[in-house]
Design a protein around this ligand. Sequence first.
Ligand SMILES: [Zn+2]
Ligand SMILES: [Zn+2]
Length: 383
Amino acid sequence: MKALVFHKPKDVRVEEVPDPRIQHVRDAVLRVTAASICGSDLHIYNGYLPQPAPMILGHEFMGVVEEVGPRVSNLRRGDRVVVPFPIACGVCWFCRRDLQTHCEQSNPKHYGPDGSPTQKGGGLFGYTELYGGYAGGQADYVRVPFADYGPRKVPEGLSDERALFLSDIIPTGWSAVEWCGVSGGDTVAVFGCGPVGLMAQRAAWLHGARRVIAVDILPYRLAFAKRLCGSDTVDASRVDPVEAIRQLTAGRGADACIDAVGMEAQHGWLESAKNILTAQVGSIRALRAAIRAARRGGAVCAIGVYGADADFPLGEVFEKGLRLRAGQALPHACIDQLLELVCDGKMRADDIVTHRLPLSEAPRAYRAFNDKLEQCMKVVLRP
Ligand SMILES: [Zn+2]
Ligand SMILES: [Zn+2]
């Protein structure tokens, strides 16, 4: 089969590789019908998450079941499914408590309780050896472990592009809003207007927000937030976003602030000459701004990926009495509810797709997405 293979930073190629096969009784093999590139793939692409050996990338994909292992009784050949990005067993201590991203069984080599740079949570598709070394779905076919637990059947009539983003960005944006405890009448500020930031803005409205404020440094991304999400926008390349948010909230700050930038602030943005927001304070600039812009007693959520420790404003968090939550989203816990919202047309991400390309053009798509060229917001790859 053909697949997008990471070799070294900035060097990804579409190559002929061996077909995946059933390795365990709970596996399935899917024929991928649509996959996308995620902002967090760029951490590997840019070399900030090390991956020494060639690896097939991609944790956002959907497809048609080609083959199932003998213990997978809920799926059969021909079923269309979308797959949450964390690989989770469904039976361990964490999975039983709806903390599937921390599954104890899916990352045997690097799993650990510490949360240190070498001790990771559960496995992720196509996301380096540290997260289990599983081949990803930017490929013609993909092996799905624990296939009786993760994949969700896609109703007939729901297009690939409507269903695909239930793999990551829709649940991830939703998780951020849930973690902040957003409820009716709240003002929600979202730092970062990439795909996850846009989904967080939509989720905020669905949770009853009175006002949603979107912060970014690139005009085309702010235009997406305004046009597709109905958010007020703040261009952090021109004004201090914290001051702007305070002005919009009678000086108090937002009820909830979501950092949907993460390490991208260090890397994707910092490498661009336009990177004013992040160049000033480095790696946790977006999180710092989110903490500063939150009102006393408010909530802050870091949903963008962070891979390293940093100097952290604990005094400010304490003084303001903030609730803070961070981490990889938990899509298994909300995907069924979100599938219903997608079917009802209340939630969508297909309208942020700017690039639709065959898998063979994936290297070009990576360049466009990474360098924010051609107003690239989201890429769909068709094997
Ligand atoms: Zn993703
Ligand atoms: Zn588990």
